[in-house]
Each structure stands twice: as C-alpha cells, then as structure tokens.
Design a protein around this ligand. Structure first.
Ligand code: KL2
Length: 574
C-alpha cells in the first residue's frame, strides 16, 4: 500500500514545488506576477504532493543525493524507482510551472538537506568580486567558512543543536498545522505621555508611522549554509514556500517604512518589488558588491512619505584592507507627507554588517562608513541632524562593544580583542586586539565617524587634533541613538531572540532611533535626549527561546526566515 501510493504519486511527472501551500491568500496573486500558472493548477499539484501523513518524507530514498536523479535503474522493494528529480531545475521547467528565469542555484536546497550525514558542510569556494586583486582568488572567505567544533556560538540552543540526521521523526511528517508563533503588540503610549495623534485642529500636529526591520533570508545564502537548517522540514525551505509567507507577512504588518536585508536581487526584481509597488510602496534597493546576489531594500508607502534623496553605501574600498568585504548599507532621506509641512525630514538607514564573528574590526569599520554617510545625509542647515532611524542586521548581540558604540555614541576599545566586538561567540578564537586607530586615516573618516575635509590647508589645520584623535583608543559618533527593543522579555526576563537556526538563537537585529525629549526609553537610557526626535509608541513583542522551540525554531512552516521581523511605531513631533 505504501509502495503503491509512493509509485502512483511519481507516475505523474507534473510535480509541483513541494510545500507550496494554497492556503495563503496571496498565493495565486503573487505567483501570477512572475509567470506562474493559475493557482488552481498549482493547488491540484500541491494536494497531490503535500498529503499529511504521506510517507514520502520518511522513505529512505529521500536521503539520496538528488544529483543521482531519475534513471531506469530499478531499486529493490524498499527503494522504488526515483522520479524525475523534483529538486532539479530541469525537471520543474518541463512542468511549465516555474518562473521563466532560472533561480540562482535554486532547488539545490534540498540537495544539501538530503545529505544528512554528520559530515561538516563541504568547503566552500570563495566567489571573487569583480576587479579584485588576483591574489584574493585563492583566499577563503572566513564568512563562508564552515563551523568548526571549537567555535562556541552564543546561545546555540540545545534543542536545535543535535538534530543532524533526524529532521523529522519517522511516521511524523510535519502537518500543515504547525503551531503559529504568537507575538503581541506592546503599547507604550501610556509610558511616554503620548496624546493621540491630532490630525489638524488646535493641538500640535504630530505624525505617527510604523517601521519594520526584517532579514528575510536570501535563498542563495540558505543554499550556501544548509547545515544551519537541518532541523527544518525541507519543503519549508523552498523559496516557493517561503515567498508567499514573507510577502503575506509584509502585507499584514503593513509598515509605513520597511528595511529589509538579504533581499536576493532576482527575487526583488521579479517578485518583491512588483508586489510591494502594487500595494503602494516606493522601493529602493542596494545589492552587495561582489558576487553574492543579495542586498538591502528600503521601501516606504508613498502615501505617507516622499523620497528626498537615496544613498547606497558600499563598504568595499580598494586599498583599505579592513574594507575588503562586500556588505552594504542603504540610506534614504524621507519627507513626511504632511499638509502643514511643519515636519522635519527623517533619515532612514538600513544595513547588514559582516557576519564573521572574529572580525569585529571589520564590522566597526563598516559601521563607521555608514555613520559618516548618515551624518552627512541627515545634517540640517544649522549643523544639527534630523531624526535618524538606523535599522538592520548588525551581526552583534546586545551590550556587545559594537552595540554599546551605537547606543552610547562612544567606545573605548583599548586592548579589546577583535573577536569580542560583536559578542556573537562566548569564547572567541584568536586573541588579536583592535589596532589603534581601528581604520586608517586614508579612509577619509575621522574617529568621530565624520568625513574629513580633503583639502590640503584643512588637513594641515586639523593635523595635530586629528593625530591626537587617531592615536587615542576611542571612537565616537554624533548621533544620539536608542534601541526600540529592550532585549529582554517583559514577563520572563529571558533574552529576546531575533534570529534562530541550528547554531544560534540571539538578537542581532535592531531598530535604533533618535529619541525625542519625553520619549520613555530615552528618559531611562539617554541622559540628554535631543529635542527633535522620535517617540516610541509601541512595538511588536519579540519572543524567547521557549516560544521558538514550540514552533521548531526558524524557519518553519509559517515563519519563513531565520530572523523575525522587528516592528515599531513612532511619533514625529514638529
Ligand atoms: O547571521 V546572518 O547569517 O545576519 O542571519 O548574516 C550572515 C549569516 C549572512 C550574510 O553573510 O549569511 C549567513 N555561518 C553561519 N552563517 C553564515 C555564515 C557562516 N559561516 N556565512 C554566512 N552566513
């Protein structure tokens, strides 16, 4: 019976992408924007594929590497003939239900996941950025290096650590009824004396808006790091399962401004941008330098804001050894659409800093480049700065030196090991300490994270002061930033988790903002908050490890990234 069901399923070569759920109301709509067949067609196939209790998943043949693909070879009884490989692009193209362009290394996800041996992930080849010095060709990127046994990632949860080889217990395929993660809205208005927003009338005009920061997990990086997702049921890792979930989530939260990271360029162009534009968003995008195909997007509702200017930021600088990585940032200056035109612009910056836990020196240099550009973009005629929102994935944990630098506007780093800057690893390998100065003067950015004047006379005048600055082991910046999240759960005091996979469960994503006088968080944490600024009205509460354990970690059937979105609401005063 088991065998017949298995075989009859495969006798039909019109496979659908596994795990695509027809239950999402966005399903037909969004897929149709990229040339997918009508939803019913896919649904028919989906039903055929995704039967709860179906034994395909538990069958040993799924452990075979899909590159063996379909052949005429007959297997013994317990090894039925393999179908045309559902994980190979060519098989899907024959069905006519795939988008017209070939996903970059798409459908290899499961190839990695199907290999449930205990071996470490294969050594990965470094992709060379265009125009890199030839010597870098053979250099292995530490960012892509597989985990070593000696590494001690912070917060790696026990319940996700030892899952290799047993992703789903036999006979228990994950049902579509995997519990959903519950997140409640935390209203903070009562704490900050925020009167309801007044739309005109005698009271002062204010402007309320919401901001999201969300690392959506690029499919390319997912494929590169499959060993992080061995706890997942493979179909939930398929982009065709993840995309409808992600777009539904974005639409449901309906933030006025969204800062997205790990947005893969082809998915952005073909799916994400058209979908968001169709619901009233203006979209800006900056792809990483080099060959990795993802980047940062900032999107906002054009009903609420107008774009004043857009500033992509590349951290790669030829000739600066610290800035040899392909991470990027994206800054936009926005004007609130305010009929009274009494409101200041706001500066929104989005970034995804280097992952490598050992290279805090690079992370700080990348951050300095971003802060210098924010200071320039946000500068007002009176030399003060407009309210700033700094969002993104900083690959650094709360209260780490990098985090404290952002929040305290200053970091004394004398004798600080570079492996301790981000706090990602409890016991970092390597003892190398930060150089003084961290980044060289040739970068053109001062130790106050400001662009330096480049003219000869200016340089002479500044020389002494600068030299002093460049020999002191401290860095500063001019923004007064507060974190919108407190990094501990209100009820249990447990750490909040923003990213979770089989090696980690920590906070690395943040929404920092210029807090106004009267902002509750700022009063508690910032001695002299600036007058111009934002008031935090509320946030979508994060969750702790316990809640994530109940939903099998991330990504899962409903949460389709290995990060959770951060969502906040602010009030802007004139
Ligand atoms: O931690 V992340 O995931 O913010 O969610 O940022 C990086 C990592 C992202 C971009 O480089 O890819 C992931 N081990 C674990 N994760 C890695 C590794 C690695 N060696 N390399 C890249 N990433």
């Amino acid at each position: 019976m088991i065998r017949r069901r298995y075989m009859s399923r495969h006798s039909n070569v019109n496979y659908v992408r596994p795990g695509v759920s027809p239950n999402h109301h966005m399903f037909g709509r969004y897929l149709s924007t990229v040339g997918f067949p009508p939803a019913q067609t896919v649904y028919h196939h989906w039903r055929h594929w995704y039967q709860p209790g179906h034994l395909w998943w538990t069958h040993p043949s799924h452990l075979q590497h899909p590159s063996s693909s379909f052949s005429t070879v007959r297997h013994p009884f317990n090894r039925p003939p393999r179908p045309p490989d559902p994980y190979r692009w060519s098989s899907w193209r024959q069905t006519g239900i795939l988008p017209h362009t070939q996903p970059r290394r798409g459908f290899q996800i499961s190839a990695g996941l199907m290999d449930h041996s205990n071996s470490e992930p294969p050594q990965k080849r470094r992709k060379n950025a265009d125009g890199r010095p030839a010597g870098e060709k053979s250099k292995r990127s530490p960012e892509r290096s597989p985990p070593k046994g000696s590494r001690s990632p912070k917060g790696s949860p026990e319940w996700l650590r030892n899952v290799t080889g047993t992703p789903v217990p036999p006979g228990k395929p994950p049902s579509p009824a995997t519990p959903e993660l519950k997140r409640r809205w935390e209203d903070l208005t009562h704490l900050c004396n925020a009167a309801p927003s007044v739309k005109g009338g005698k009271q002062k005009w204010t402007f309320d808006f919401s901001v999201m920061s969300y690392n959506i997990l690029s499919q390319d990086l997912l494929c590169d790091n499959t060993y992080l997702y061995r706890h997942c049921h493979p179909p939930v890792l398929d982009w065709c399962h993840r995309y409808p979930n992600i777009i539904k989530e974005l639409e449901q939260h309906s933030a006025d401004i969204m800062c997205l990271q790990e947005v893969q360029e082809d998915h952005y162009k073909q799916q994400i941008k058209p979908s968001l534009e169709s619901i009233g968003y203006h979209c800006e995008y900056k792809r990483r330098t080099g060959l990795k195909p993802d980047g940062c997007a900032v999107v906002f509702k054009h009903e609420r804001f107008s774009l004043v200017s857009c500033h992509p930021v590349e951290y790669f600088r030829r000739g600066v050894p610290l800035l040899d990585r392909d991470n990027v940032g994206l800054i936009v200056l926005l004007r609130p659409n305010d009929p009274h035109s009494s409101l200041t612009n706001i500066c929104v910056a989005n970034t995804h800093l280097l992952y490598n836990p050992r290279r805090g020196d690079i992370k700080l240099a990348q951050l300095a480049v971003l802060l210098a550009e924010i200071s320039r973009v946000a500068q007002l005629p009176d030399s003060s700065v407009c309210p700033v929102l700094l969002c993104g994935d900083f690959n650094s944990v709360p209260w780490s030196p990098l985090y404290r630098f952002i929040r305290d506007s200053r970091l004394e780093y004398d004798g600080l090991p570079i492996g301790k800057v981000s706090g990602q690893e409890e016991i970092p390998r390597g003892q190398r300490i930060l150089n003084v100065p961290i980044w060289p003067r040739s970068l053109g950015i001062s130790q106050q994270c400001q662009y330096e004047s480049q003219t000869d006379s200016d340089l002479k005048d500044l020389e002494q002061a600068e030299m002093d600055g460049f020999t002191k082991p401290s860095i500063e910046h001019c923004l007064k930033l507060t974190s919108a999240y407190s990094h501990h759960l209100k009820e249990s005091g447990q750490p909040e988790i923003t990213t979770c996979h089989s090696r980690t469960a920590i906070t690395v994503d943040y929404i920092f903002y210029s807090a106004a006088l009267g902002d509750v968080t700022a009063q508690a944490e910032c001695s002299v908050p600036p007058e111009k600024g934002l008031q935090l009205l509320g946030r979508l509460a994060l969750v702790g490890e316990d809640e994530l354990q109940k939903v099998n970690g991330l990504p899962n059937q409903h949460n389709s990234s290995d990060h959770l979105p951060l969502l906040t609401r602010f009030r802007l005063h004139p």
